[in-house]
Design a protein around this ligand. Structure first.
Ligand SMILES: O=C(O)c1ccc(O)c(O)c1
Length: 274
């Protein structure tokens, strides 16, 4: 079975509006990135208590902590970042959700990815080791400007770290944005994909579009994964109004278009979801 989830902060900064909008679209899971315009790792204990209660009242849960871990430069100090990872691991316990979305470090300006390979691989291995001890899976997302932007480098990280605590969160739009053909990425990585980010991209207009309208082949990839036994989360991250490096925004109205596009495409393929 696949479960639909969403970066609900693309709907609104207000947690009530986020969750109630998801329920309108029968989506019961949240990839928790922010509420009140505050990152998930920077909320107070009281805000987390309140949000967990709101989830419980609605019968909802998290698909992952949508953390920004790995979104610092590869030459910035790592130790403070490990403390941030520890915050995220604590939230996994608090929300009973053993998954954290992460990235693989920005390449400093003027540098080449190769110059930072050793340090990135060391950091990724260190994070996977900590996560494994805590029973948490890290979901490595590919993204532009980050060491793991192409399928080759994502595979290199996964192979080098070789830990059950590190899997791939496949983001088709982010691959297309860096010129990485999705077919090739999928063939190379399908066995390592444990999580889907549902964000599509039109390379002609260079814009994010609802699932199935761009070149991300989202319905086909999910159908293929399910046929081979995939169970997990497909997370809407539509970026329809604003797409920036640190966030994206869609709004309630366009979020509806994105949710319906995915649900219609999956139903057409005969893929059942909850
Ligand atoms: O959650 C994020 O940090 C984030 C921001 C922008 C993106 O395009 C993305 O894929 C993720």
């Amino acid at each position: 079975m696949i479960y639909l989830s969403a970066f609900a902060d693309e709907i609104s900064a207000d947690p009530t509006e986020q969750l109630d909008n998801l329920l309108i679209h029968s989506i019961r899971f949240v990839e928790f990135r922010s509420i009140h315009d505050t990152n998930v790792l920077d909320l107070t204990a009281e805000q987390h208590e309140e949000f967990r209660e709101m989830l419980r009242e609605r019968g909802m849960a998290l698909s992952a902590i949508g953390s920004p871990i790995g979104k610092i430069k590869a030459d910035e100090p790592f130790e403070p970042h490990l403390e941030r990872l520890d915050v995220a691991l604590g939230l996994c316990d608090f929300y009973e959700c053993p998954r954290i979305r992460i990235f693989s470090f920005y390449i400093p300006e003027g540098g080449a990815p190769e110059d930072h390979r050793e340090e990135v691989l060391r950091r990724m291995a260190a994070m996977a080791e900590v996560a494994e001890k805590r029973g948490v899976t890290l979901l490595l997302e590919n993204e532009k400007g980050i060491y793991g932007d192409t399928a080759d480098r994502v595979k290199e990280i996964l192979d080098a770290v070789d830990s059950p605590a590190l899997g791939h969160a496949f983001d088709p739009a982010n691959y297309l944005e860096v010129g990485q053909p999705v077919d090739k990425a999928w063939t190379m990585l399908r066995d390592r994909v444990v999580h889907f980010h549902v964000k599509d991209y039109d390379t002609k207009t260079k814009k994010n579009v609802p699932a199935g309208e761009g070149e991300g082949q989202i319905p086909k990839l999910i159908t293929d994964a399910v046929a081979k036994g995939f169970e997990g989360y497909c997370v809407l991250e539509p970026h329809l109004l604003v797409a920036e490096a640190s966030t994206g925004f869609t709004g309630p109205e366009r979020f509806g278009d994105a949710a319906v596009a995915l649900q219609t495409a999956l139903s057409r393929e005969g893929v059942t979801y909850a």
